[in-house]
Ligand binder design. Structure first.
Ligand code: SF4
Ligand SMILES: [Zn+2]
Length: 338
């Protein structure tokens, strides 16, 4: 029997881009302590995710932004460059295309250098990592440097079947739980990313999975961020999408999940990457902008419901929920039947 990983394309990391240049850096809005603040986002070009080298997750194309030769010096240089864009933002999100706490990706002294620079400028610093790199030692050192440290974990789903057979995540819900305990004991806070619509799930199953996961982790995490899949280059999801066997999630599904989780504390936030585009979460394209705006406003605490949003495509979305349940398949029905 073939395994899921047999179908995941190899993720070869080619030298791409300037090894001394970060991937991207921008300022966006976020919420801290109930207030809307500016957050500087920096994506560093590193040698990449250790898991991606073993084929990695079915939807992940971050390996496209890596450079095999990126060492600690290069990464520090990139970060210094990015700091030229810091001008009073309250929050810093520093992402790699892998794990900030993996010392093969970011050497310990580089990590310390980055956190040292960040601690002088920002109240909260968010870094992302796979659970296996969370240790008492790394957390103790990091929290000593940055009091407002938040560690983000891409759990995606609390269902081990989904993690294994749909995402090929390479860790279990239990691994996530262990990491959150270490993070909390260290004094840092936890942010959890959920994935909306991993491959092979119907739209309805994906909604249910996200809602179940959110309610399962509500007492464990400080922030829940919903990431709808966007179709990234060189991934299994892209192969399925090209064959009409995958459609990125509807924005109505994001709205439905938020509505179903409205009473949860923490509330779900979402900022769909590539939202409104063919490869990202979208509706009919006519209403995408309004719905994305609504989701952004909700995430910033500026609206509490979506009652004012309507579009004729909502009916089509509801048909999809019914039809995919009937066919028990996640194929993109509308691509075949219009
Ligand atoms: S999603 Fe995260 S853990 Fe999975 S391959 Fe990509 S970077 Fe690695
Ligand atoms: Zn529409």
């Amino acid at each position: 029997m073939t395994k899921l990983e047999d179908h995941i394309p190899e993720k070869r990391i080619f030298p791409k881009g300037d090894v001394n240049r970060y991937v991207s850096c921008w300022t966006e809005k976020d919420v801290l302590g109930g207030e809307v603040v500016d957050a500087l986002v920096v994506i560093l070009r590193t040698s990449g995710c250790s898991w991606a080298r073993k084929k990695g997750c079915t939807m992940c194309g971050y390996f496209n932004d890596c450079h095999p030769d990126a060492d600690g010096e290069n990464i520090l240089h990139q970060f210094r460059k990015a700091m030229e864009k810091s001008n009073g933002q309250t929050m810093l999100k520093v992402f790699t295309s892998g794990s900030f706490l993996d010392e093969r990706e970011i050497p310990r002294e580089t990590r310390a250098g980055i956190l040292d620079m960040a601690s002088e400028r920002f109240k909260q610093v968010i870094v992302e990592t796979r659970p296996q790199y969370v240790s008492e030692e790394s957390l103790k050192e990091s929290v000593a440097q940055v009091a407002g440290l938040q560690v983000a974990l891409g759990l995606e789903s609390a269902n081990d079947m989904v993690l294994k057979h749909s995402i090929n995540k390479g860790f279990t819900y239990e691994d996530y739980l262990k990491a959150t305990k270490i993070i909390r004991r260290s004094g840092a806070t936890v942010k959890t990313y959920l994935l909306l619509k991993p491959p092979f799930l119907t739209e309805n199953e994906a909604i249910t999975d996200a809602v179940n996961t959110a309610s399962q982790i509500k007492d464990i995490t400080d922030v829940i961020s919903l990431n709808p899949v966007n179709v990234q280059k060189g991934t299994l999801v892209e192969r399925l999408w090209r064959r009409g066997e995958y459609r990125p999630p509807w924005l109505w599904s994001v709205v439905r999940i938020i509505e179903e989780c409205q009473d949860l504390d923490p509330r779900i936030i979402s900022s769909p990457t590539g939202g409104g585009k063919r490869r990202g979460a979208h509706n009919c394209h006519e209403c995408d902008e309004d719905v994305l705006k609504g989701i952004a406003e909700y995430s910033l605490g500026q609206r509490n419901d979506f009652g004012d949003l309507e579009c004729e495509c909502r009916e089509r979305w509801m048909d999809t929920l019914d039809l995919q349940g009937f066919t028990q398949s996640s194929i993109d029905i509308q691509r075949y039947y219009g």
